[in-house]
Design a protein around this ligand. Structure first.
Ligand SMILES: Cc1cc2nc3c(=O)[nH]c(=O)nc-3n(C[C@H](O)[C@H](O)[C@H](O)COP(=O)(O)OP(=O)(O)OC[C@H]3O[C@@H](n4cnc5c(N)ncnc54)[C@H](O)[C@@H]3O)c2cc1C
Length: 520
């Protein structure tokens, strides 16, 4: 079987790149070791990931994917594909043995809205449904799709890669001019080509435990209201319960399913005996009374999955005729939902390489550049999330550090929406000239800051560093850790994204900012 492009792994990203390659006129084969529908983890989208997906859907004419980029459009187009409403990022800090504090000063919580109303909100994806949808869309436009393929060998030869597999007892020989591995961390090519694994910089070893539940209580039913209205319903979000050494995520789906799990450093995982699965989950909740209450009536609907090592980084990302998607090249942590934007940035970059350099002598050099950017972004993500782990016992510091993420993400989204993507070329703006020199020092200080004055000084320095990118009113003391999406923040920051107030107003109109319940 000879193809232009072979893609290994039919998660949403593999199927998406397969569709794009088809639209570019290539013959494409998509190889999956299992079959859909199947469980997959990695469920929470963000404004930036939805914008990247929207850009790709429009650029490569994928009308079956476009509605998935906003809650409202999704409900209208695909009411049968399960998803959850994500209006923002909700964080509560917990001390072992104590209930989460919900005092009026809001020192132990952080709410960052990602959208002004449900219509254009982000979503949690029930991956069994969504990945199945992506692969059906790929088949519709002529991607050849094979399930239950047991790949066992990959050999690079001159201008092609030869793959060997077994399927239904038969040998399969597939050659392709370009092979993309979308089979996830420690995936097929990493193993078949014997690529080295390298450590992520400044990131602690962590483990994970997760499953799907039914019957998880909404936090808003557990907390007593003390006056002010939060910027969005706190449960219609990616909910993070943060504690010393780790954090729990809670993502609710429309169908009543809730995805929840925990990521934690090795020392805590050993104390909790995380490898024991359900029993370890119960032990952890015993230490977190508020979360225990939230899960009091809940039942797991599938076995717990224990991940003894969450983070991963491959020592090589590309060869002459192959590339790993960012999701196969590495993974840091579910914190801040960085997986989707990283992989979508990678899909967009590989799409461009295939589109512009397929037959040119530049192909190799472009792949090398892709590899460098992929590693640079993974490393930057690791450094930021590593410093957040170091601050999980110091929530004010955790909040300050997370503003680095929210400032970079909202600035990047705005710049891209305005058609100025060059202002935000790298994920987390990690190689932006104005941040590049400051970031390492700030993150290093966060890893060692212990005293209150240290944390306060660092907050001031972080706020100064993000000022040129802060288009969301982040850090304003009167907001007391609750950040709505406020049009005036964007309007008054227009010059930071090289725009006029008029252009920002147009942008808000175009993106459906004002249209309650409807989507652009
Ligand atoms: C615990 C956890 C939570 C996460 N939460 C989030 C989140 O909330 N938000 C976010 O943005 N990111 C999150 N991520 C990251 C997210 O999972 C990935 O970014 C995303 O799944 C990447 O999608 P993908 O399609 O590239 O690969 P995957 O979803 O990993 O799909 C890989 C596909 O390849 C197939 N495959 C594997 N091996 C082979 C083989 N040998 N041959 C053929 N096929 C193969 C698999 O069956 C699967 O279908 C999380 C990750 C983890 C581990």
């Amino acid at each position: 079987m000879a193809h232009d492009v072979a893609i290994i792994g039919s998660g949403f990203a593999g199927s998406l790149l397969a569709m794009i390659a088809r639209r570019q006129g290539r013959s494409v084969i998509l190889l999956e070791k299992g079959a859909h529908p199947r469980f997959a983890i990695g469920e929470s989208s963000t404004p930036l990931s939805n914008l990247l997906l929207e850009d790709l859907s429009l650029r490569y004419d994928l009308p079956g994917i476009l509605p998935l980029t906003k809650w409202g459009a999704w409900q209208r187009a695909f009411p049968d594909l399960d998803c959850g409403l994500k209006r923002g990022f909700t964080f509560y800090h917990h001390r072992f043995g104590h209930r989460a504090a919900t005092s009026a000063n809001r020192e132990d919580q952080l709410l960052v809205a990602a959208s002004p109303h449900d219509g254009i909100a982000d979503t949690h994806w029930l991956r069994a449904d969504v990945d199945h949808h992506f692969v059906r869309e790929a088949q519709k436009i002529g991607v050849e799709y094979l399930v239950r393929v047991e790949l066992d060998e990959a050999v690079e030869q001159n201008d092609e890669v030869r793959l060997h597999a077994k399927r239904q007892g038969r040998e399969l020989q597939i050659t392709a001019r370009f092979v993309v591995d979308a089979s996830g961390p420690r995936g097929f090519l990493h193993r078949a080509l014997g690529l080295p694994e390298i450590p992520l910089p400044d990131f602690p070893p962590t483990q994970g435990l997760y499953t799907h539940f039914r019957g998880v209580e909404r936090l808003e039913n557990l907390f007593r209201r003390n006056g002010a209205q939060p910027p969005y319903p706190i449960d219609d979000a990616a909910v993070h319960h943060v504690f010393d050494g780790g954090w729990i995520w809670v993502l609710r789906f429309r169908s009543g399913i809730t995805s929840a799990g925990v990521a934690m450093v090795d020392s805590l995982a050993a104390q909790m005996r995380l490898h024991e699965g359900a029993a370890a989950w119960e032990r952890l909740l015993e230490r977190l009374p508020t979360v225990r209450d939230q899960f009091a009536g809940a039942a797991a609907i599938r076995p717990f999955i224990c991940a003894p090592r969450l983070a991963f980084c491959s020592g090589a990302v590309t060869g002459r005729r192959w590339a790993l998607l960012p999701s196969a090249a590495g993974f840091v942590d579910p914190l801040l939902s960085t997986g989707f934007p990283l992989v979508l940035l990678g899909v967009a970059r590989l799409a461009k390489v295939m589109e512009e350099h397929w037959d040119s002598s530049e192909f190799d050099a472009r792949l090398t550049a892709y590899s460098q950017r992929t590693c640079g972004e993974l490393f930057a993500t690791a450094r930021l999330i590593g410093s957040l782990y170091a601050a999980m016992d110091n929530f004010p510091l955790f909040v300050s550090l997370s503003l680095l993420y929210f400032a970079a993400a909202s600035f990047s989204e705005t710049a891209r929406r305005l058609g100025n993507p060059h202002l935000a070329g790298s994920f987390l703006l990690h190689d932006h000239p104005a941040l590049r020199t400051q970031l390492p020092g700030l993150l290093e200080r966060a890893r060692v800051a212990r005293s209150k004055p240290d944390a306060e000084n660092l907050r001031e320095d972080i706020l100064r560093a993000i000022e040129p990118f802060n288009v969301a009113g982040l850090g304003r003391p009167e907001r007391r850790n609750w950040y709505p999406v406020d049009a005036e923040d964007l309007l008054s920051a227009a010059q930071k994204v090289e725009a006029s107030r008029e252009e920002i107003r147009d942008l808000l109109d175009r993106s459906g900012f004002w249209a309650r319940g409807a989507s652009a």
